[in-house]
Write a protein that binds this ligand. Sequence first.
Ligand code: FAD
Length: 379
Amino acid sequence: MTNAADVGVLVVGGGVLGLGHAIAALRAGHRVMLCERDSVARGASVRNFGMIWPIGQPRGPLQQQALRSRQLWSELGELAGFRCEATGSLHVAYADDEWQVLEQFADDAVLPGLELLSAGEAIRRQPRLCESGLRGGLFSPHEANVDPGAAVAALHRFAEREGLERRLGTAVVAIESGVATLASGTRVTAEHIVVCTGDDFRGLFPELFAASGLVRCKLQMLALGPQPDGFRLGPMCAAGLTLLHYPGFAACPGLAALRARLAVERAAEIARGIHVLVSQRDDGCLIVGDSHEYGDGFGPVLDAATERLILDYLRTFLAVPNAEVVERWSGSYALQRGGEPIFRAGPAPGVEVVTGVGGSGMTRSLAIGEETVGRWRTS
Ligand SMILES: Cc1cc2nc3c(=O)[nH]c(=O)nc-3n(C[C@H](O)[C@H](O)[C@H](O)COP(=O)(O)OP(=O)(O)OC[C@H]3O[C@@H](n4cnc5c(N)ncnc54)[C@H](O)[C@@H]3O)c2cc1C
């Protein structure tokens, strides 16, 4: 006689990817436990911009995944009681080559409903844009803004109400087929174990990760505020440097020329992986970032020169009402060196490692959870 497992699904890690799996498994009718080693999630999922950003994904399955996730974010915002605001996004151009990339992206109809805006129209959409030299902008209705800390906390509470057995302050220290050992020594049996431990990809399966091609990336961020008079940002903003960053723009023929110009004119920013995005938190503060430092050599320091470059670039396109820096932090995520959008591995029967979602994990994770759980039904 075989013993019944303690739970159907054990999720390790309480960031957005772990939550995406837990919620999808609950919805599919599984009995689910989630173990998070900290007392609350403190990883990348609560340190990001809260940008649900389909426009950054290349056309095809990744864009579809991002759009499905976007739908889930809206739905869960209603159910779990957090703000998921359909702000859309606004990319602005201050040079002909930036404008050309935006035109090419819009002409290609990479997403439905894109609007190419003249300078005047862009300013009407975002009155805080700097007027001087503005060529125009691209508005996309698909992006949504959440406050990452509030949204992740609300998703935890929602999942618990839906039946999740949540174990906070509970590190998983070993996993084999069907059994996870907690730091207390307790063993939990499960039909499916899903490991979503973010950039801590060495702890549980060191050999697997040594061969995985996963690498860490540190980002530097800040918050500006408080903003006066209930100021609302509206569409989340990005400018020329961002066009180099996201794969969504990679197919635009004008990108090579833009990259060549910015490599010279913005060498300091590019050396630090800086491109500047702006979103807003529930308390009204603006979230501004970021920089990218790859590898394992980075330490805890927040670099003042990086911060200056971020703020200087911000001032080239947006005059925020209150530009006082009130918070600074860094975050890190795991990504694949080869550019693959996710790392999946099955180190033992019934055990799946899912991580390496990189800089678009907030955007894509809810749909990724659904995909993993959907595969169980068909396998
Ligand atoms: C600064 C920054 C800005 C970003 N901005 C955006 C954005 O605006 N939009 C977007 O789409 N993406 C963004 N990203 C990317 C996105 O935040 C990440 O891809 C995503 O949060 C990764 O989620 P995760 O659940 O895999 O990892 P995490 O959020 O890091 O969660 C992993 C969790 O696992 C827990 N854990 C680890 N080991 C164990 C163990 N042994 N036992 C139990 N628990 C364990 C950790 O404590 C942690 O809570 C950003 C990332 C950063 C760092």
